[in-house]
Design a protein around this ligand. Sequence first.
Ligand code: SF4
Length: 279
Amino acid sequence: MKVKLATSRGFCFGVEDAIELAEAAVATHGPGKVVALGPVIHNKQVVGKLEQAGLNQSGDLETIEPDKVVLIRSHGATPQTMQRAADRGLAIVDATCVLVKRAQDVVMQLHEEGYHVVMIGDPNHPEVKGVIGYAPVTVIDEGSDLEAALPYKERLGIVAQTTHSPEHVAQMIAKILCRPYREVKIVNTLCLEVTRRQEAALALCGEVDVMFVLGGLNSANTREMARLCQEAGTQTYHIETWEQFEPRMIAGKTTAGVTAGASTPEWVIQEFVEKLETM
Ligand code: SF4
């Protein structure tokens, strides 16, 4: 099988920073002493390695014992969660990505300026759940009934989940602009790292007859990239590792493209490529 790799793929700087902070915290405080509030990143293989190194994980702040260190993951947390951790006397290591922090700051600023803040994103995604803690925000996604979600407000301030595609955000904004708001302020909170990976994946789609998008099935940016490749008309498989590969996926194909989400480590990509080349 001929295999082509996307020029931009895998770990972004936000994920690299979060992993480094987690490793450094475990090295400083010792195995079993640092507890991540939810998975540090959306990649089971990396989270598994960090757990082996002594990083614990809990989805509930209240269950973390006061002598432990709490690690805030790259997706961030609400200010209420940060305050509760401080009130409980927990030491905090904050691994929130700087671009997620920026989205949190923008939401606060728009609210202070008197805009009704709208976030285009998945209401169930941890980043969105964290950002909307910083101000009253209406979250809308593809299926939202704009009429019901956004009754007439004079001034709208719009941001987006960092991992959405520009194309999807533009479509949502176009729908909003068809409604009679007096003022609409849009602040671009999209992550350029994600956009670059999406562009590279789409460029590769034109050169191959099947695409493999590697990354956590719960990773929003990986799912979005797989959706874009599929929409571009290339047969696409979103899988986590070589374990999920099946020979039928390349039946009748000669050239495969490989890319990976921003939380997929290079060793997962290399292992996949090496094995696919032998097929
Ligand atoms: S994908 Fe972008 S926003 Fe998300 S962690 Fe990476 S750099 Fe930060």
